[in-house]
Design a protein around this ligand. Structure first.
Ligand SMILES: [Zn+2]
Length: 326
């Protein structure tokens, strides 16, 4: 028999941690807990999760109808109930907008897997649910296919993330692990290649996961597959290589020139942006396409074209200045 007041205090504590970690701004986010059949605790709407009191926590039934509590329950209760109804072993759900994880959700990019051992064990593959209007029944249902695939943490397109487990702390920790992981991915991509673990080593991690009794769809299928969507992130990262030349002492030339330094005009220039890439490596093999363009994003491609155009304009300007001053 759970102590309802203790669980309410625990919800307040998780809310405080989410707020202090910067996972929720203002009144964002919501937390819920299954007390028993047809009885769930949840956070109120329009109250900051950083400053909750046990008396703020609402009680709702199977359909989200409020049974107790002075403050109206969260507008996102259907998302939580969808999880409780689909997974009887789950008792706690946390929803927030952790910035690094939400960056992936906004970019429409699945988080790549098979990179950090702890993430493989405690999160596994993190799918990306389709976008729908928050609070709606359709929105709640976007996560259903992923729940059936045993995901404990799901990215919500253009929105945030939702996590679940049998205790409030575990559900909250999934959000922490996810955001730290996404932060590391974004940082590592800025300094070089991202290497995935080779398949036999991922298999060893899945064996540990099995011993710990943590579900993972890959344990059933026997497949240690890389998520297709993650290739977008792992594919080479385009370096901004804007061609530079130096200005003469008389100020001719423009860009990042250093007065007095030898002009680079006529010397080989840096390769256009689109070719200066770090190819992505997946389990020891280079990703196809990584060598060629550096990114699957049309935005980066068009930026590379702009850079190249800028370089040509500078070259022509230099020629004209040289001709005029000769
Ligand atoms: Zn939200």
């Amino acid at each position: 028999m759970v102590n309802e007041f203790e669980i309410k205090k625990e919800i307040c504590e998780v809310g405080r941690r989410m707020y202090e970690k910067g996972f929720v701004a203002a009144n964002d986010g919501n937390i819920s807990y299954r007390l028993g059949p047809g009885r769930f605790l949840c956070t109120p709407t329009l109250v900051s999760k950083g400053f909750l009191k046990p008396s703020d926590i609402a009680v709702v039934d199977d359909n989200g109808k409020q049974l107790e509590g002075a403050r109206p329950r969260t507008s996102e209760i259907m998302l939580h109930l969808e999880i409780f109804h689909a997974l009887p072993e789950i008792n706690a759900v946390c929803h927030a907008h952790p910035p690094h994880a939400t960056a992936f959700a906004v970019a429409g990019m699945e988080v790549p897997c098979c990179i950090l051992p702890e993430v493989e064990i405690f999160l596994g593959q993190v799918p990306l649910a389709q976008y729908d209007t928050p609070g709606s029944k359709n929105f709640a249902e976007t996560i259903l296919p992923h729940l059936q695939n045993k995901a404990n943490t799901i990215l919500l397109a253009n929105h945030g993330a939702v996590s679940c487990d049998n205790s409030l702390e575990k559900a909250y920790f999934h959000l922490e692990t996810l955001d730290m992981y996404c932060r590391i991915l974004l940082l590592s991509k800025q300094i070089g290649q991202i290497h995935q673990l080779p398949a036999p080593k991922v298999r060893e991690l899945l064996d540990i996961k099995k011993r710990l009794g943590i579900a993972d769809a890959r344990l059933d299928g026997g497949q240690v597959a890389v998520l297709a969507g993650s290739d977008d992130f792992l594919r080479g990262f385009s370096m901004q290589a804007i061609a530079q030349h130096v200005a003469d002492a008389n100020g001719h030339g423009r860009g990042c020139g250093i007065a007095g330094a030898t002009s680079q005009e006529g010397l080989p220039q840096p390769l256009p942006t689109a070719r200066r890439i770090f190819p992505a490596v997946v389990a020891g093999r280079k990703l196809p396409g990584g060598e060629a363009l550096g990114s699957s994003s049309s935005t980066v491609r068009s930026r590379a074209i702009e850079d190249e155009t800028e370089r040509l304009v500078q070259l022509i300007t230099d020629k004209i200045i040289t001709a005029v001053s000769a």
